[in-house]
Design a protein around this ligand. Structure first.
Ligand code: PLP
Length: 388
């Protein structure tokens, strides 16, 4: 007996990597040495001081009861200080910041607060799939904005027609960008805010990779721009910066009514984040940031090692300056999926086909730098031996 799925689940795009996953699992089962650069999940452990803070907070009975869905005051005050330090923005901890069970949770829930059935949500592609699924769950209609290399993988929001804009409630942007590694400038955000204000569109900015820049300087936050706190909400995550994907901690910050609306959805669906995890998150934000800088140096070393192999194979790499992804153009005439299948079969290297992030990702592949340098060296050597 199998029950029929709801229309909302059936409307989600199909999972495109079944075949590739099968090939990978088969190769592994045969005993092949597979170097998996597929999933964007940091391989290194969480820095020890953060784990120590969790252990201490876990012993405190005050942390054993229901947390506030919106987050502990101490955590939100820590986030407010972080904005002040990193971006020179002064936010009110209790009204402009909300903790999240990982930013994915907030991104998925946010449209439920502001989108009515039939409303349009402007969704970039290629992109993290949750902007689309959250829109569909809320009964919204995604309108896709292709990100093109010629445009630095920034959306051309000014090309959207008036009838669409009149129905549009939210535009999603994500810089530093997954999957391309592209970054945005304050000028881009200023232009986006001007346009969004004119059309009364909420700017939802996913800043999960804001700390993962090659030069170690913070990527601009849309909240630091004039009008940012009026028109925008920013989604943040501790997952990538502090190797904490398993801990489930992030936050949303920005316009008070946007944060409140999201909080209202959360108040009716979850009961917040275990306070000991929030205490550890606070320790992460306020502790020595040297581990973050060290990871940054490590990722650029890894990138250089992998790039050597990619270049030797004749592949061209998008010169992004952030994230731990390498976005590569597949050889002319090859589809992304065929390229990834060949890498797997001929080199034992797993890379994600770009079309899995949206149709404009066709012709590209994403490599996540989530293996140690010696393994990436091995991957580079194998790639260098390929002929396309
Ligand atoms: C990894 C990632 C997130 C963060 O997810 P968490 O739920 O905070 O772990 C958000 N957005 C993008 C684009 C990501 O790649």
């Amino acid at each position: 007996m199998s029950f029929e799925l709801s229309q909302r689940l059936s409307a989600l795009p199909p999972y495109l990597f079944k075949e590739l996953d099968r090939l990978r699992d088969e190769a592994r089962a045969r005993g092949a040495d597979i170097i998996d650069l597929g999933v964007g999940d940091p391989d290194r452990p969480t820095p020890p001081p953060i784990i120590a803070a969790l252990k201490e907070a876990a012993d405190d009975p005050a942390n054993h009861q229901y947390p506030l869905y919106s987050g502990m005051d101490a955590f939100r005050e820590g986030v407010a200080r972080w904005y002040q330090r990193r971006h020179g923005v002064q936010l009110k901890a209790t009204t402009e910041i909300c903790s999240l069970i990982g930013s994915k949770e907030g991104i998925a829930h946010f449209p439920l607060a502001f989108v009515n059935p039939g409303d349009v949500v402007l969704v970039p592609e290629p992109a993290y799939p949750v902007y689309n699924s959250g829109t569909l769950f809320a009964g919204g209609v995604p309108y896709f904005l292709p990100l093109r290399e010629a445009n630095g993988f920034l959306p051309d929001f000014r090309s959207v027609d008036e009838p669409v804009l009149k129905k549009a409630k939210i535009i999603w942007v994500n810089y530093p960008n997954n999957p391309t590694g592209a970054t945005a400038t304050v000028e881009f955000y200023a232009d986006l805010l001007d346009w969004a204000r004119k059309w009364n569109i909420i700017v939802a900015s996913d800043a999960a990779y804001s700390e993962m820049t090659y030069d170690g300087r913070p990527h601009p936050s849309i909240l630091e721009l004039p009008g940012g706190r009026e028109q925008a909400i920013e989604f943040h995550s501790l997952s990538k910066t502090y190797n904490m994907t398993g801990w489930r901690l992030g936050w949303a910050a920005g316009n008070e009514s946007l944060v409140r609306g999201l909080g209202q959805v959360k108040n009716n669906t979850d009961s917040g984040v275990f306070q000991a995890v929030q205490a550890a998150g606070l320790a992460a934000l306020e502790g020595d940031q040297e581990p973050v800088r060290a990871m940054g140096r490590l990722y650029s070393q890894r990138r250089a090692v992998l790039s050597r192999g990619l270049t030797a194979a004749g592949l061209s790499i998008f010169p992004g300056t952030a994230t731990f992804y390498v976005w590569v153009k597949v050889p002319t005439g090859l589809k992304s999926a065929d390229f990834s299948a060949r890498l797997l079969n001929e080199a034992g290297v797993v890379a994600t086909p770009g079309n899995g992030f949206g149709p404009s990702g066709e012709g590209y592949a994403r490599f996540a730098l989530v293996q140690e340098v010696d393994r990436l060296n091995e991957a580079a050597n194998r790639l260098a031996g390929l002929k396309f």
